[in-house]
Design a protein around this ligand. Sequence first.
Ligand SMILES: [Zn+2]
Length: 60
Amino acid sequence: MNTVAARCLMCGKGYDVPEDHKDFKKLKEQNKVEAVFICDFCNNRVRHESEEQHKPKKPM
Ligand SMILES: [Zn+2]
């Protein structure tokens, strides 16, 4: 399978992103030895954290 080497901006882990990944094209277009992206794990974490922030805070 076609992959592109990319490093996650948030956790710093290196990944071989397969061509069926949603960011594959974007990573290829960066045309770097090692492209940068946000891995799925960090994506989920960020989404979860922003959801937490949108929750109304209960008054004490
Ligand atoms: Zn990550």
